[in-house]
Each structure stands twice: as C-alpha cells, then as structure tokens.
Design a protein around this ligand. Structure first.
Ligand code: BGC
Length: 416
C-alpha cells in the first residue's frame, strides 16, 4: 500500500493525499553498515533523526564495500520502490544522477553553504551538472595498517617504514607463530589490499595513470608486474581459512592477538573501539609502508531518491542532520573516518582519528589525495568490477604476475 502511495505521489498527485498521521515522517535507509563498529556509528544517526521526530526504517544489506547493496538497490529502483535514502560511493552516485532519479538538494546546500565547507574532492561526487545530489557523511581512506601492539612487542618488531622492512617484520611474526596478516578473501577486500600495494610500488602518479586515467601502457607495464609480485607475497602471509571471511572477523583476529596486522580502510578502527581497545596502547594505526604522504580516499554519501513529495521533508531533514558539524564529529569519531567538512574540530577524535584528519588535509593541500579504486572513487563500477575479477583471480590461484597484468589490460580494455 505504501509503495503504491509513493508511486502515486511520485506522479504528482501528492497534494490530494496530504500526510495523514499514519504517514509520520520517516526515512527508509539502505546501507551496508552491519558490523559492530558500523552499527554503533549508524546508531548516532538514528538517534539524531529520532530526536528530530524522523522515524527510521532500516534496510541493511550486508557485504563490505557495498557490492551487494548496489545490486539490491538496482532491483528496488526497477520495481518502483526506491528507498528514500541510500548509502553510496563515488561513481555510483554519478551513475544514478545520470539516470535522473536523485532528489535535488540544492536549496539546503545553499542554505548550509555546503560549497564552502565540503572539500572539492568530495564535491566531485556530490554534485552532478553543478547541482547537489548527495550529502557526504565522511571521508575514509584505504591505505592503512591496523596492528596489535602486544603482538609486535612480544615478537620484538617495530612499525615497518618500507616494503623490505615490512617483509622482514612479517617473517619474524610468522616464525613466532602468529598469522602476519588477517584477511578476508572477498573480492572487495583483495582490491582494498591492492590499493595499498599499487600505491607502494608506483606512488601517486602511477596510481592515477592506471586507476583513474586507465592508461593501458601503464596498466601493462613492468611496474604493474611488480604490483602483482607484491600481492603474491601477501597471499603467503595469511592463515589457511581466509577465504570468504568478513572483514570485521579479520579485524577481530588482530584484536584477539591471533594475527598481527590487517591492511584495511579506517572503518576497521570502529571494530577496535567497539571492542574497548585504545590506539597507541592496544593497537597501532599506520600508513601502508611506502604510501606515507598519499591518501586513497572514499566518502560515504547519502543520495536521496525522488520517491514523492510525502518523503521530501524527511529527506531534507536527514541531509541537514548529516552535514551538521556536531553530527559530523559524533558520527566519525565512532566510524573511524574523518569529517566530510573542513571546519569540524578534531578535539573529540582519538590519536588515529587525528592522524587521519591531518593526513587528509595535507594530502589535499599537496595534491596527493586520490580516489580509491577498491571503493568506487577512481573509476566507474563497470571498470572497477573488471579490475576486481582480475585481482581476485590472481589472489586465489597460482597465476603468474605477467599473466595477471595481461588479464588486467584486456579486462579494462573490454570494460571501457
Ligand atoms: C564504506 C565504509 C564501510 C566499509 C566496510 C566501505 O566501502 O565506505 O563505510 O564501513 O565499506 O563495510
């Protein structure tokens, strides 16, 4: 019945069906924040909206990186029952905007002066044709390592500054009986590791040339062979049960001293915090060796679907709540990310959060901030998924680096 009403409203008959008490303001939110840390952050949003009289209809779709969520979204939109608000990343936002189905947020963006406070790197994905079509929640970054401090101390190793040190450290950890790297064998997690490895081999320029510019020569180069060589080293550092494991269970291995490190975006910090762990005391956060000074970022945003005038008010209220400085601090302190606006104080953030914010600001200033391929901010979904296939196939077989590079070039060429 509600879906029917929404359809009717979408066809412009809204005024005939003005809000009845039964239709209290509510948002239906499609998201993939289902781990402990993510759910805790989501609660901050739910409670904020509740305090403003806006109800919450939860539409969780488990699966890190959002691949499954995007599949569910497509089918909801196709069947004419789009959710009111959807967590989305980078190029996916622009793809939906191009289909003309996203609500216009310009009025509140103007009122809130979003143009002045949201960094341009994010605006690139929040605006389409100069119009605001999504509201940024945060800025995550992917080139992080999360390490158990006690394990490092027991083994007698320190934070590695470059690849050779990293390899040496992992050898010692392995010899001491720990799993060096906690990992979940899912395509998006393999791709998240690839983000860091690619950056460590080629730096900002090579990352941009291959992931953003899709330069086939660079994609097929000797440097890319080296990237897959390093990916092969990583596959030798995992426990035998990594296949299919969810990312938060891999975080738990580090938290519980089963493994020494996880190469993962800063949403992993949410799991450590949820488990009562303290940065600097129980765990350490550092940039993947040889990627210091560069930040591969992704920004969760909420895009609002045009579902009819009855929902517009709650959609706009939600967007206003999300962008408010108080919410940006409260939410991101729990989520592990940095605020999506430049004027939020870092006073409530822990040491890793402060480092994340500083790294982000300086990378933004130095021109070394770049969208994460693994999380939809370097290239559109078609290309990203083609890359995922190649990376994950290499990761899970004995394929040579050269063969993987050939496959990568062919896959990108076909997807372009
Ligand atoms: C999102 C994060 C989320 C992570 C794992 C990323 O794509 O940006 O918000 O925590 O996936 O689910």
């Amino acid at each position: 019945m509600k879906a029917f009403l929404k359809k009717v409203l979408a066809f412009g008959l809204g005024s005939m069906f003005l809000l009845s008490p039964l239709q209290a303001a509510e948002v239906e939110v499609l998201h993939w924040w289902t781990s402990g840390g993510e759910a805790a952050a989501l609660n901050v949003l739910k409670e904020d909206l509740q305090s403003k009289g806006i109800g919450w209809k939860d539409m969780p779709v488990a699966g890190g990186g959002g691949t499954q969520a995007m599949t569910v979204l497509r089918s909801r939109v196709t069947s004419g029952t789009a959710p009111t608000a959807v967590q989305m990343l980078g190029f996916d936002i622009l793809d939906w905007a191009a289909e003309g189905v996203l609500a216009d947020l310009n009025r509140i963006a103007r009122q809130g002066n979003w143009d002045a406070v949201v960094p341009l790197a994010l605006q690139k994905f929040s605006k389409y044709d100069g119009q605001w079509i999504s509201v940024p929640v945060n800025v995550h970054s992917t080139n992080w390592v999360w390490a158990n401090k006690a394990v490092f101390e027991k083994v007698g190793v320190t934070v590695p500054r470059n690849w050779d040190e990293f390899v040496a450290v992992t050898k010692k950890i392995k010899a001491a009986g720990y799993t060096p790297i906690a990992h979940g064998g899912q395509a998006w997690q393999d791709a998240t590791v690839f983000d860091s490895i690619l950056l460590s081999v080629g730096g900002y320029d090579f990352y941009k040339k291959t992931m953003v510019d899709l330069n086939l020569k660079a994609l097929g180069s000797a440097k890319m062979v080296q990237v897959f060589d390093r990916m092969r080293v990583i596959t030798g550092l995992l426990d035998p049960n990594f296949s299919g494991r969810d990312w938060n269970l891999a975080s738990a291995m580090v938290i519980n001293e089963k493994a020494a490190m996880q190469i993962m975006g800063d949403w992993a910090k949410g799991e450590f915090i949820k488990a009562g762990k303290v940065p600097g005391k129980d765990f350490m956060c550092f940039r993947f060796p040889e990627t210091q000074g560069i930040v591969t970022f992704n920004s969760d945003q909420f895009a609002m679907f045009r579902v009819g005038s009855a929902d517009t008010k709650s959609q706009m209220e939600m967007a206003k709540s999300v962008i408010s400085p108080v919410f940006q601090s409260a939410f991101n302190v729990v989520k592990g990310s940095a605020p999506a606006r430049t004027d939020v104080p870092n006073s409530d953030f822990d040491a890793c959060g402060k480092k994340g914010m500083t790294d982000l600001a300086s990378a933004n200033m130095n021109g070394t901030l770049i969208g994460s391929m693994a999380h939809g901010h370097a290239n559109p979904a078609g290309i990203k998924n083609a890359m995922y296939d190649v990376i994950t196939n290499h990761f899970n077989t004995k394929q040579s680096s050269r063969a993987a590079v050939k496959a990568l070039v062919a896959a990108v060429e076909t997807a372009m």
